[in-house]
Design a protein around this ligand. Structure first.
Ligand code: SF4
Length: 209
């Protein structure tokens, strides 16, 4: 049975609104924040970018001459040396190839340093309301527990399956709602199934309620 309508409606009741967890005021800052968020928490990224975006207020500032400032501001994040290079190289491409605009196609975005399938989907959803379902660790866990995808499925496959399963619905909203559910209720070590708005249709949760 396809429970997409039930899942969407119950999530909407539980989480009527959403907003991105990453702070930004310019489009390229959002792209940079998502690049920086790989393998770390949004809170740590926001802490780092609250300094970085003040120190370097323009896209042109992300150049080799400011490498030390960038490193210093993001060194609390994992993989910070690689991430610093991603920001500098992406900045150069955005300036020289895209006239300082963030590309609106996934094919182009994915060619920027530090941008993979998930990052490109998150950026396109936020900046262009692209209606994609990029898969992070919360979404992977929740969709597997719900039984919407197979345990062995990798994020790229999960994204395709979720997009098809929720074809008729607002996938930008669902992307955020699944993350909220994963953070607040369906945590990795101790899911609170008795509080879950989806417990009636959950493959894993039913037995533990
Ligand atoms: S019922 Fe439990 S396992 Fe299933 S989605 Fe909800 S919290 Fe997660």
């Amino acid at each position: 049975m396809n429970n997409s309508k039930y899942i969407f409606n119950n999530l909407k009741k539980e989480y009527p609104t959403y907003h991105t967890f990453l702070n930004y005021s310019k489009d390229y800052e959002f792209l940079f924040a998502v690049i920086l968020s790989a393998q770390t928490t949004d809170k740590k990224v926001n802490d780092a970018t609250s300094i970085l975006f003040k120190d370097l207020p323009s896209l042109d500032d992300y150049s080799l001459k400011n490498k030390e400032i960038i490193i210093n501001d993001i060194k609390s994040l994992g993989l910070y040396k690689a991430k610093c290079n991603y920001l500098i190289d992406s900045s150069s491409i955005l300036i020289n190839k895209y006239n300082r605009k963030i590309p609106s196609s996934r094919e182009e975005l994915i060619l920027l340093p530090g941008v993979g399938k998930k990052t490109s989907g998150v950026v396109l959803n936020e900046l262009y309301h692209a209606n994609l379902f990029p898969v992070d660790t919360h979404i992977e866990r929740v969709s597997k527990r719900l039984g919407l995808v197979k345990e062995k499925d990798i994020p790229d496959i999960i994204e395709d399956k979720l997009e098809s399963y929720f074809d008729m619905y607002d996938k930008v909203y669902l992307h955020h709602a699944f993350i909220l559910l994963g953070r607040k209720v369906c945590s990795s070590s101790n899911p609170k199934c008795h509080l879950c708005p989806l417990k009636k249709v959950c493959k894993k949760g039913v037995s533990s309620v």
